[in-house]
Design a protein around this ligand. Structure first.
Ligand SMILES: O=C(O)CC1=CCC(=O)O1
Length: 260
């Protein structure tokens, strides 16, 4: 896997799949690494060249000092594409990955074909929940919030039915570098990309989770209604819908990206 330099931050990047096929870039959620896309990889790599990466402060990427911003995350993505010499990609980002996708769609439209913005938000009316999480993590580490976060990621039904997958997701969260996690939470606490939405001209699919309390259907609907021509699909899942409903998620992605 190449390590790609984005203004001094080394980003862990993986490129797999069909050579010469259209390229799809996947972008992860807070507290997750590029491993979160494992349930989609077999199907997606048959159709696309797939780029995954660990956001700065996550996984094997450098924990560069904060504060982080959506612009910084967006410029990291452009640095990856430039380094790989790739002109244009489709984008699928979940949660923070969807927020970065909004920034990119509005600020670098020539680099993006279609956008999928899954389980995400453009704005938090109540940012105090992020400030409270920052406080809790500063005091007790990620373990202090892990069970509550897992409860938002996956429905209770799924957690009971799939204890191994749930344990893997929890380990991924607990392994997040605290400094990187906090710098991301700070970026979320000031998120307001509502003004960017009308600037997005790429065909866009918004995916929302029926049981997602972190970025509810209303947050997806706000994004859908702000982006000209965007459509929305709802999946029977909580926040990390690609893990909870892998087939429905993959079908939505492949269906949207391959339709003319
Ligand atoms: O970690 C969470 O609680 C859910 C979340 C919101 C934004 C994001 O990336 O993850």
């Amino acid at each position: 896997m190449p390590m790609i330099d984005a203004d001094g931050c080394l980003l862990n990047v993986s490129v797999e799949g069909r050579d010469g096929g259209p390229t799809l870039m996947l972008s992860n959620s807070l507290g997750c690494t590029l491993q979160m896309w494992e349930p989609q990889m077999k199907a997606l790599t048959q159709v696309f060249r797939v780029i995954r990466y660990d956001r700065r402060g996550h996984g094997k990427s450098t924990v560069a000092p904060g504060p982080y911003t959506m612009e910084r995350f967006g410029r990291d993505v452009l640095a990856i594409l430039d380094d790989l010499n790739i002109e244009k990609v489709h984008w699928c980002g979940l949660s923070m990955g969807g927020m970065v996708g909004q920034w990119l769609g509005a600020n670098a439209p020539e680099r993006f074909g279609k956008l999928i913005l899954a389980n995400t938000s453009c704005y938090y009316a109540e940012p105090t929940k992020w400030l409270e999480r920052i406080d809790a993590v500063k005091k007790g580490g990620i373990a202090a919030v892990a069970d509550a976060v897992l409860g938002g990621w996956l429905t209770q039904d799924f957690r009971e039915r799939e204890p191994e997958i749930t344990a893997r997701m929890k380990s991924m969260l607990l392994a997040s570098p605290v400094e990187g996690y906090l710098a991301c939470c700070e970026a979320l606490s000031t998120l307001d990309q509502r003004a960017l939405l009308p600037k997005i001209k790429s065909p866009t699919l918004v995916i929302a989770g029926r049981h997602d309390m972190a970025t509810p259907i209303s947050a997806g609907e706000l994004i859908r209604s702000g982006i000209p021509g965007a459509s929305m699909t709802i999946i029977d899942a909580a926040h990390i819908s690609n893990v909870e409903q892998p087939h429905a998620f993959t079908d939505a992605v492949v269906g949207f990206l391959t339709q003319r």
